[in-house]
Design a protein. Structure first.
Length: 598
């Protein structure tokens, strides 16, 4: 039995459309990795959902004079549409507003309480005199006391990324009416991270050799310099999961505490949906299971410190509350490959200024694979990167179209025309032919190694380099010329190129699934490379919610070299990609909103 791989993807707040920075930050890299792992024959489970609670949703609801439920449902529907269009293969994309998630989250709270990792204390929180209520952290803005950014929210700074103590905010103001709030005492439950620090530190030390520097800097580095202290896990809110103890009426679990529990609750929900209620244990208790958390850098502390602390602290007690007859500790994160940020035309993406490339809007004019290609080739794995429309067009035309798309189309078109629509018989391959095939087949190791390490830019770059090698081979063998005097030699070169293209199809498949699927059919295969996606309506005590599911049953893609045989029927090919006119850059820039003057 192959090892279970959990691909846990950041939960988008259901209060805004998704832009390219979100996509390249976590959602797309997770899908590339999951597709590759499935092709390797591993038991992959990719889960996430809409983050339906917390103040981002209530802020939007207040602004629109509607309910948080209506806001969440509207944006959740747009997420499902976008993810299907972009080909993100979630085994389950659900939401935090489900009876199952409420139950699992409350059980984790109770397990931590029973195990002595929660304590009750009073703290200062901003209180609105004009509205006569405590203000959630995101309702309060001010100046960051660490970096001086004047427009930070009170719980985390968007500029420096640090998690903040709201009461230390400088020059606080209410986002609702601009009034100055005052600090008042309120009682909450706290997660005792100081008590958990030794176990969390040990967990991080065991991963120090392979985690990304930015992740270690914000986790182990933070512990070594500042140490951990208790953080409140409840808030004065009426939209969210109620705190499951007496005396805490009118308070809910803090969204940062309960949203990460969604990785576990979504796995449990998936198990019930497929009719195997115990299946989730394979990803959370098997000693050979590995879990990867795909997030942006602003979420590092929650996934590299707090979530491991929640799993360690709740442990076997939570497993027992979830009904396990033989309670076990939970599998801790194997890797947290957090990406940096993608900016736009030299400036930070801003939804409020419409300074963004929105996913659904992009896909209304362009195909998904060019977007997937550019976001991967420009992925902010180790530093911030920039979306530039001229660069997008250049990479599309010079790399995706010229290097890869034209290679596949001209070879298939030539083969279909001159060999009666079948793969030619090569006879005996020359040393040059065998060398090319060996070079391309080596890519299953070199590209695979980069994918295993979640170095997706390097993996894609290596696949494109191998496509360049095939182009070089064709320049040297020139079958378009030799067919006039030596059709056997031309057939041998075309067969070799088709074999190489068939292998490259697999190497590109995790990144470019739509065009790889088309090429797969052009090469004469009848079974699909990948499975199918569907939506499903699920009802519970909280109402009806729609989930997205990937069905891998019909997939045939395997991480292995070409199996193409002489005589295999080909299908009439079509170009895989569209060349874009340079004028597109000006057109798209005209769609953008307000640019901040320097």
């Amino acid at each position: 039995m192959s090892e279970p791989i959990l691909v846990a993807v950041a939960w988008p707040y259901a209060n805004a459309e998704i832009h390219v920075g979100n996509l390249t930050g976590s959602y797309l890299p997770a899908d590339i990795f999951a597709r590759y792992q499935r092709m390797k024959g591993r038991r992959v489970l990719m889960v996430s959902g809409s983050d339906a609670h917390g103040t981002p949703i209530t802020v939007r609801a207040d602004a629109e004079k509607t309910s948080p439920l209506a806001v969440y449902q509207r944006y959740h529907a747009t997420f499902l549409e976008l993810f299907q269009q972009l080909g993100l293969t979630y085994d389950l994309f659900t939401s935090t507003h489900t009876e199952n998630h409420f139950s699992v989250s409350q059980k984790m709270f109770l397990a931590l309480l029973k195990n002595g990792y929660l304590y009750r204390d009073r703290q200062l929180q901003w209180y609105s005199l004009t509205q006569q209520r405590f203000l959630p952290d995101r309702y309060v803005e001010g100046t960051c006391y660490i970096c001086g950014y004047p427009n930070t929210r009170s719980d985390q700074c968007d500029r420096c990324g640090n998690v903040l103590d709201p009461e230390k905010l400088i020059n606080p103001r209410s986002r609702i009416d601009g009034s100055v709030p005052e600090l008042r005492q309120t009682e909450h439950y706290f997660l005792d991270l100081a008590k958990l620090q030794p176990q969390i530190t040990e967990f991080l030390r065991a991963r120090e050799s392979y985690w990304r520097p930015n992740v270690l800097r914000q986790s182990l580095g933070l512990i070594m310099t500042e140490g951990l202290k208790g953080r409140p896990i409840t808030r004065d809110l009426d939209w969210g999961i109620p705190v499951p103890v007496e005396g805490m009426e009118g308070k809910c679990l803090y969204v940062w505490f309960e949203a990460v529990i969604g990785y576990l609750s979504a796995t449990i929900e998936w198990s019930h949906l497929i009719g195997e209620p115990e299946a989730w244990h394979a990803w959370w208790h098997s000693p050979d299971a590995r879990s990867y958390y795909f997030i942006g850098k602003d979420n590092i502390p929650f996934h590299a410190i707090i979530w491991p602390g929640q799993l360690i602290g709740s442990g076997e007690t939570l497993d027992a509350l979830l009904g396990s007859r033989d309670p076990k500790p939970f599998v801790l994160p194997h890797d947290v490959p957090a990406n940096e940020f993608m900016n736009l035309e030299g400036q930070k993406i801003s939804g409020s200024r419409n300074w963004a490339v929105w996913g659904r809007d992009f896909l209304s004019r362009y195909d998904p694979d060019p977007l997937r290609y550019y976001l991967t080739a420009n992925m902010p794995e180790f530093r911030d990167t920039d979306w530039d429309w001229e660069d997008f067009i250049k990479r599309n035309n010079d790399e995706l179209v010229a290097t890869w798309g034209n290679l596949a189309n001209r070879v298939l078109s030539f083969a279909y025309k001159h060999w009666e629509g079948v793969v030619p018989d090569p006879g005996e391959l020359t040393a040059q032919d065998q060398e090319l095939l060996a070079t391309v087949e080596k890519g299953f190791e070199t590209v695979g190694q980069e994918l295993e390490a979640v170095h997706l830019r390097a993996a894609l770059g290596e696949a494109m380099r191998l496509a360049t090698e095939v182009n070089r081979y064709l320049e040297q063998t020139a079958p378009w010329l030799s067919i006039k005097t030596d059709k056997a030699a031309a057939g041998r070169a075309i067969y070799t190129a088709l074999r190489a293209i068939d292998s490259l199809k697999i190497l590109f498949a995790p990144f470019l699934p739509f065009s790889s699927e088309k090429l797969h059919r052009y090469l004469g295969y009848t079974e699909p490379l990948f499975g199918t996606q569907s939506t499903l309506s699920v009802s519970d005590s909280l109402g009806e919610h729609t989930v997205l599911r990937y069905h891998p049953e019909s997939a045939t893609a395997r991480w292995q070299p070409s199996q193409l045989r002489p005589g295999q029927p080909l299908q009439p090919p079509q170009p895989l990609f569209r060349k874009l006119d340079p004028s597109v850059a000006a057109d798209e820039r005209a769609r953008l909103g307000e640019r901040v003057s320097s």
